[in-house]
Design a protein around this ligand. Sequence first.
Ligand code: NAG
Ligand code: NAG
Ligand code: NAG
Ligand code: NAG
Ligand code: NAG
Length: 395
Amino acid sequence: MAFLGRWRLWTSFLLTQALELPPRFTLDLRKPAHTRWDGAVDLILSKHPYEESFLPVFQEHNKSLFDQLNASHFDALGKAVSSHYPETALELQGIAQQFAARGFPVTFEYLSAWLYFHELAHSDVVQKLDARECTGIVAETADGSIMQLANMDQSPLAARNLTLRISVVDDKGEPLFEGVDWYTLLSTGVSRAVKRGVASVQENWRSTDPVRKLDAIMADIQSGVISQMLVFRRAFETPSISSFEDFVDNVTHTRLAAPFYIVAAGSKPKQGVAIARNLTTSEKTDWFPSDDFYLCQCNTDRWRPDDPEDPRRTAAEALLGRLGREEATAMGLFAVVSAYPVHNPHTAYTAVMSAATGELHAYVREASCPVDPYASVVLDRRYCLKKDPGVLISI
Ligand SMILES: *[C@@H]1O[C@H](CO)[C@@H](O)[C@H](O)[C@H]1NC(C)=O
Ligand SMILES: *[C@@H]1O[C@H](CO)[C@@H](O)[C@H](O)[C@H]1NC(C)=O
Ligand SMILES: *[C@@H]1O[C@H](CO)[C@@H](O)[C@H](O)[C@H]1NC(C)=O
Ligand SMILES: *[C@@H]1O[C@H](CO)[C@@H](O)[C@H](O)[C@H]1NC(C)=O
Ligand SMILES: *[C@@H]1O[C@H](CO)[C@@H](O)[C@H](O)[C@H]1NC(C)=O
């Protein structure tokens, strides 16, 4: 018995370290906005203490970004959210209160800045941001159905400990959509989500060229431009957006304060798309190919070759090619997004989504390096190799 007990303890330790299911929260839109997220902060903290979840994330991105903002910026961000997105403001105030009740100094204004983290992180004041990465694959499985797999890569490593699964319930108590993200509680939005019969969707970081000035981004936010984190949630909460086409049209034309890629899949055969968004519209939209079984988007424009420093799309496409249509099952596709460097030390979680069934499966991933990085499908020099061949770095 004692042996079995110890063995159980040991295996559960291994399981939490290697692959973990994020906690699940039901966001019930029938509840008042201010109390809708009650219990969500504790749900995270019951799994991971503040010092190993929120704190390192706040510390890293204060250094990378928020320390560059002053009191008037925070004030203006809070005011912009309150005046243009009053319901979001109430939700964020409710979340700030949950932190305050635990004695953690997280204000509504700070959360308003986090709501616009993506936009502000595209500005000229950002200090250093690595892991501007994500992988999106839309694939047709051997039986003709469409699936989407999304890796979210994010620094610092502790960001993965914030990952939260949400099930959103509408004003009639019916399931509305499913979502997952590491900064859901810092924004009230989700960057990976699925609504049955409509779409599955993710955003991937797209770089601005040239980098925008902080003042220009602030002016957009103050004039009411929506946060990237709310674009999908808002569309999924709108009953008139009821088809894949409606959804794609809405997210293609929603005005933004920073660019991003949108990868989305529908519930019917061949419904898939990768959209390279600029601030007003799509710079280029790639539809699911008629003669192939996958569409892959990482963080470079698909009409350009991969950045040699970041060969993840090359890697994913090579692996999908090796797999072939016959092996394009949920299992085969999960193997692709789990292979280095598609799955790299920054991969916080993987979402597997189907708009046909409304399913969303999310797994928090480990930050690991392969024992032999030279044996991976492409040579990635960023994380697991030193210049000196064969020497592994610890991350
Ligand atoms: C991060 O910055 C905000 C805004 O300046 C501040 O209120 C908060 O205490 C900082 N958090 C940490 C962990 O440094
Ligand atoms: C904050 O910074 C802006 C420049 O980005 C400046 O115009 C403003 O006066 C500053 N406010 C405070 C309170 O320091
Ligand atoms: C996540 O939280 C666990 C404690 O629950 C901690 O052991 C681990 O180091 C944290 N992960 C990171 C990458 O900080
Ligand atoms: C997208 O849908 C939202 C919610 O209905 C709406 O407010 C917004 O104007 C729409 N945007 C576009 C460009 O269609
Ligand atoms: C976005 O791209 C479209 C299509 O290339 C272009 O017409 C438009 O001017 C661009 N918008 C911005 C703000 O760059």
